[in-house]
Structures are given as structure tokens and as C-alpha cells.
Design a binder for this molecule. Structure first.
Ligand code: FPP
Length: 232
């Protein structure tokens, strides 16, 4: 079976999952954190090299303060609790996004966990935090423009050079993007990087998405015929 090198997931449906149970949205996010643990384990077992998770978008800052604060708390708690496990399982943690936008205690905690796992050589988990695809492209363009003006770079942009400025530099583009909860949109995720990614949509709400669901998505991927715009 062809295993994708990089799997990306838009984890959607936590709020609806909670509503269906007459609970607050945060209850759904808490259950979603358990799905994250399950899927990280399943991805490592399947031999996936990179797993990127859209955990908090630039637009999510506009949600009610109570939900944003609760999500930040949950992220920190989960990362703190899971870091020893990540090290034990040789999993490296990275992040993409505008970390400067996160409350300092959250950013610092992430940086600490990333440092602790930096020598791990197994699966790399990439958490997208305060991330959006348009933000990524703009920050890359601005950094390139500055380097060019400062005389650090002398060549015009091409694809390979531009990709060095994206937050995903050194990370291969996703082979497979999974979105849960029945929504069929990219929602400002990795706009540049998804150019040739296989898309997989499932009605399963994120808190219900477990190992078996990832396996199903990987099996569907293995049946796809990828052509990258070329005739084979
Ligand atoms: C989308 O569901 C989910 C999020 C905005 C947050 C994802 C966060 C987690 C799964 C928490 C834990 C994460 C880690 C990395 C430990 P939604 O709220 O948009 O659901 P809805 O569309 O049903 O309202």
C-alpha cells in the first residue's frame, strides 16, 4: 500500500458533536483532543512521516473569548501532558503560524515542547496555530522582499525559492488532506502547499474520528491515481 509521506487534517465538527449532546462547545474540543492522541499514534504506526493538524486558524480569534481561552488552555494542557509520550515514541513537534499572536504563556509552552522533541526522528507533528494560508503567503512575500532590499538575495522568485520562505520550508507538501464533519472546503489552510494534494472528505465529526477512520482514509489514498498534471 502506498503510504502518504505527509497527511494534513482539518479537524472539524467539535462544536456540533458537543451540541448533539446538549453540551458546551469546549466539551467537543476536549473530546477532539483524544482523537488527536489516537490519530498521532495511528499515523506513526502507518509510517506517515509528517502529520499536520489545523488546530487554530487566524480566523478562530474571532470566536467568543470564553471558547478561545478554553481552547488555549486545552492546547497547553494537552501538549504538556503529551510531551513525555511524544519523546518516548520518537515524535517531533513543530508548529506553523503566527506564534507572536498567541498569549505569551502559550507560545512559551510550545517552544519548550518543540525544543524537548527536536532530536526525535520518527513522525513529525506540525501544529498549525494562528495559521492561515493567506497569512503564510504574505509573510513569505514580505520576508523575500526584505531580503531582496537588504541585498541578501539577488535572484527573482521561483517556486523553489518562494517555498523556502513559507512556514513549511523543509516540510514536503501534503499528499493527503482529510477534512472531517462533512464540510468540503479548504478554509484558508495551506493554499500554496495543497496544489496537488489528494482531498478526502468524511462526514465523521472530529471527536469520533479514530484510528480506524485514519486507516480508511489511507486506504482511499492508496487507490488514487496521482498525475501531477502529467500524462502517464
Ligand atoms: C473545529 O471544530 C475545531 C477547532 C477549531 C479546534 C481543534 C482543536 C482541538 C481538536 C483541540 C485539541 C488540539 C490539540 C492539538 C491537542 P468546530 O469548533 O469548528 O466545530 P463546528 O464546526 O461543529 O462548530
Amino acid at each position: 500500500m502506498t503510504t502518504p509521506t505527509h497527511v494534513s487534517i482539518i479537524m472539524d465538527g467539535n462544536g456540533r458533536w458537543a451540541q448533539l449532546r446538549g453540551e458546551e462547545r469546549l466539551f467537543g474540543h476536549q473530546a477532539g483532543a483524544q482523537s488527536v492522541r489516537d490519530v498521532v499514534e495511528a499515523a506513526a504506526e502507518a509510517g506517515v512521516r509528517y502529520l499536520s493538524l489545523f488546530a487554530f486558524s487566524s480566523e478562530n480569534w474571532n470566536r467568543p473569548k470564553k471558547e478561545v481561552d478554553g481552547l488555549m488552555e486545552l492546547l497547553i494542557e494537552s501538549i504538556r501532558e503529551e510531551t513525555p509520550n511524544l519523546i518516548k515514541n520518537n515524535v517531533r513537534l513543530r508548529s506553523i503560524g503566527d506564534l507572536s499572536h498567541l498569549p505569551p504563556y502559550v507560545g512559551d509552552s510550545f517552544k519548550h515542547s518543540m525544543k524537548e522533541t527536536e532530536l526525535c526522528t520518527g513522525l513529525t507533528v506540525v501544529l498549525a496555530l494562528s495559521y492561515s494560508g493567506t497569512w503564510d503567503i504574505l509573510q513569505a512575500a514580505n520576508r523575500y522582499a526584505k531580503d531582496r532590499l537588504d541585498g541578501n538575495v539577488h535572484t527573482p522568485l521561483d517556486v523553489a525559492l518562494f517555498e523556502q520562505y513559507l512556514s513549511t520550508a523543509e516540510i514536503p507538501p501534503p499528499d493527503l488532506l482529510i477534512r472531517t464533519s462533512g464540510e468540503e472546503r479548504i478554509s484558508n489552510f495551506m493554499l500554496w502547499q495543497l496544489a496537488y494534494t489528494e482531498l478526502y472528505f468524511t462526514p465523521v465529526l472530529w471527536p469520533d474520528f479514530r484510528k480506524k477512520d485514519l486507516k480508511k482514509a489511507l486506504a482511499a489514498y492508496a487507490r488514487r491515481d496521482r498525475r501531477f498534471g502529467i500524462i502517464k
